[in-house]
Design a protein around this ligand. Structure first.
Ligand code: 0O2
Length: 240
């Protein structure tokens, strides 16, 4: 039976909106946790270090709407504020970011509305992160609502940088002294170098580990073959 598709227009109370966004955070959080568990099971490693999720505060929503010249209504909020529900995913390596993003985007119930790749195209400040705005269906008792979530995916080092930069910008209300901006930009470059070095070290270690495993498998196979030949000769007097 076809479920009735609803949109946000049918949802007019603040409580229902928050219920929807909270449910969307749970859905995305579960999807990411399953993905991480599966990676552990199949590849013996976790691409996700940790995750954080939050609902934007009403003050912050109103501020964003005002900044963009919109009235503070529920309709405008769901239409124009894409990050009311936000998940931050912290990975160890840059390659994990793209792996997680691709797998998530390929899930049949996820609809990707937009992508901002601030890793390939960092912001002027030096900010690096991979942003996706997606919708996920939330099944209520009387229908389904596709609900928006902003997913920010970044490395531990990028996250370290972004939290300090956020604190500094908050302290100076977005107008930090030039020398601080310059030093932060230099730190962003160090973060990129660190991420690149850590990723290449990790690839080297994995490569060596895979080679070790394949040599071990080869030795075991040879041992098994030698035992088979020995038993055939010993008990049946035949050699291959
Ligand atoms: P907060 O307090 O973190 O929530 P859109 O959401 O696409 O309609 P927007 O908001 O310009 O438009 O999107 P963008 O550029 O993808 O940025 C969204 C969020 O990314 C910000 O949310 C920050 O969390 C983070 N971000 C973006 N640029 C920077 C930056 O230069 N430094 C740091 N530290 N974080 C950044 P909010 O609502 O601005 O803030």
């Amino acid at each position: 039976m076809e479920k009735e598709k609803m949109n946000y227009e049918g949802v007019d109370s603040w409580e229902t909106i928050i219920l929807l966004y909270n449910s969307a955070l749970k859905e995305i959080g579960t999807k990411l946790a399953i993905l991480n568990d599966e990676f552990q099971h199949v590849h013996q490693y976790n691409p996700i270090e940790h995750m954080k999720s939050r609902i934007k505060t009403p003050e912050s929503i109103v501020k964003k709407l005002k900044r963009r010249g919109y009235e503070s209504t529920i309709e405008n909020m769901v239409k124009y504020v894409n990050d009311i529900a936000g998940v931050r995913v912290i990975c160890s390596f840059t390659s994990d970011i793209y792996r997680v993003a691709e797998i998530l985007a390929n899930q049949s119930d996820i609809n990707v509305l937009s992508i901002k790749d601030y890793i390939k195209h960092p912001k002027e400040s030096g900010y690096k992160s991979y942003h996706m705005i997606v919708t996920v269906p939330i099944f209520l008792s009387d229908g389904v609502v596709d609900t928006k979530v902003e997913i920010q995916i970044r490395t531990v080092a990028m996250d370290f940088w972004a939290s300090l930069e956020h604190k500094i910008n908050y302290k100076y209300e977005g107008d930090a002294p030039e020398h601080i901006k310059r030093e932060l930009f230099e730190c962003a470059e160090m973060v990129s170098d660190l991420d690149a070095k850590m990723m290449s070290l990790n690839e080297e270690i994995r490569g060596a580990h895979e080679q070790q495993e394949s040599e071990q498998e080869k030795r075991q196979h040879e041992k098994h073959e030698a035992e088979k030949t020995f038993f055939k000769e010993r008990f049946y007097g035949e050699a291959e």
